[in-house]
Ligand binder design. Structure first.
Ligand code: NAD
Ligand code: MG
Length: 392
């Protein structure tokens, strides 16, 4: 029986992780849950999984949850805010902490879990992008395991099983191409929130769906792959594969290429992160290549989607450049979702942030938190100043 804490339990990753716990009650038990909002769903989850500790986003949410659980026979301790997330991440007696929080808000709770010796199943890519230089040394120092949940990185991790040290030459991330892959480039300027939120292959939270439409998600995944697999940026490639059947590939030093295939379904990468090194049988629909028919591939269009090149630029520059790229992106996506800026303004804001940033040496946690704050403010200022300019 493996004990789990789930950060961001009401989100897309969170609810799918709980679906797996439901399917394998003899294998997994939930001891901690956290969610920012949606107390109705969190209350249902508490009743179904009886965690010992939970954390919520605000005092109002705590009051609401306590009321919803008034007649619940097994009431968990309720904590609040970022500190509350850190408490649950570190103190609930879990072997594995699944990080399904969206954004850099996951960084401190993830670090708290690592310090407490918990293994991490990481979905929350922004934590690695923003905080790789502090997260990875702590993982090593504490001797904890880091299991990728992102489907591409899970594919790479699965392909790497049995590959000897020094055998890996290149990783190749597949990209669906996002919501606008079939749009004429001239039309992108008019792309609206509701268009960006229609992902062709995956159903996910709003932020990552917008990131998929800009292909910034693939850029963030390049940096994520760098930290997870220790591969330099010259050996991380992207190929567009609209069917999302091949989830990513690795090339070995002898030029052999290995791929992992499956339907686009996050439950498999989540399950593998939780069951590694075992393989658990599932009743899920097996892949049938004859039904799929055709798998196609093409070069990503960097002119149409500048976010990927910005990620390579930030990753190669190192220091706090990836941190500010990530923070600027979180802020820009937030502004786009509030319909304050247009689709093309997002990448322009990211480029302006990288241009304006200065980073020195290997950052400490405080430098990362400062850089994150600076970039969010920078983007807010640019947006308010540029309200009447072409940027918007
Ligand atoms: P989501 O928006 O559906 O859920 C986010 C969860 O985090 C919710 O439970 C929410 O309450 C909580 N949360 C939001 N802001 C918070 C804050 N400031 N502090 C604490 N908790 C907060 O997002 P998602 O699609 O599940 O994505 C979660 C993470 O997983 C992201 O980093 C995303 O890039 C990554 N990911 C998601 C998928 C997917 O299929 N959804 C696939 C690969 C990677
Ligand atoms: Mg992915």
């Amino acid at each position: 029986m493996k004990t789990l804490t789930l950060l961001g339990s009401t989100g897309s990753i969170g609810t799918q992780t709980l679906d797996i716990v439901r399917e394998y009650p003899e294998r997994f038990r939930v001891v901690g849950l956290t969610a920012h909002s949606n107390m109705d769903l969190l209350a249902e989850q508490v009743r179904a999984f009886a965690p010992e500790m939970v954390a919520v986003g605000s005092e109002t949410a705590r009051t609401q949850l306590a009321l919803l659980l008034a007649d619940c026979p097994k009431k968990p301790e309720i904590f609040v805010g970022e500190a509350g997330n850190c408490t649950v991440a570190s103190e609930a007696p879990a072997q594995v902490v699944v990080t399904g929080i969206v954004g850099c808000a996951g960084l401190l709770p993830t670090l708290a879990a690592i310090e407490a010796g918990r293994d991490i199943a990481i979905a929350n890519k922004e934590t690695l992008v923003a905080g790789g230089p502090v997260v990875m040394p702590r993982i090593k120092a504490k001797g904890v395991q880091l299991f990728p949940v992102d489907s591409e990185h899970s594919a790479i991790f699965q392909c790497l099983q049995g590959v000897p040290e020094g055998g890996l030459r290149r990783v190749i991330l597949t990209a669906s191409g996002g919501a606008f892959r079939d749009w004429p480039v001239e039309k992108l300027a008019t792309a609206r929130k509701e268009d960006a939120l229609k992902h062709p292959n995956w159903v996910m939270g709003q932020k990552i769906t917008v990131d998929s439409a800009t292909l910034m998600n693939k850029g963030l995944e390049v940096i994520e792959a760098h930290w997870l697999f220790g591969v330099d940026y010259d050996h991380i490639d992207i190929v567009v594969h609209p069917q999302s059947i091949i989830h990513s590939l690795i090339e070995l030093v002898d030029s052999s290429v290995l791929a992992q295939l499956g339907w686009p379904d996050m439950r498999l990468p989540i399950l593998y992160a939780l069951s590694w090194p075992e393989r658990l049988p599932t009743p899920w629909k097996p892949l049938n290549l004859a039904t799929v028919g055709t798998l196609t591939f093409k070069e990503p269009d960097h002119g149409r989607y500048p976010g990927m090149n910005l990620a390579y630029r930030a990753g190669r520059a190192g220091g706090t450049y990836p941190t500010v790229l990530n923070a600027a992106n979180e802020e820009a996506v937030g502004q786009f979702l509030q319909e304050k800026i247009g689709f093309l303004a997002m990448s322009k804001l990211l480029e302006a942030t990288l241009d304006a940033h200065r980073s020195a040496g290997i950052p400490e946690l405080a430098d990362i938190l400062d850089a994150d704050r600076w970039a969010r403010e920078f983007v807010k200022t640019q947006v308010s100043r540029a309200a009447t300019q072409v940027l918007i």
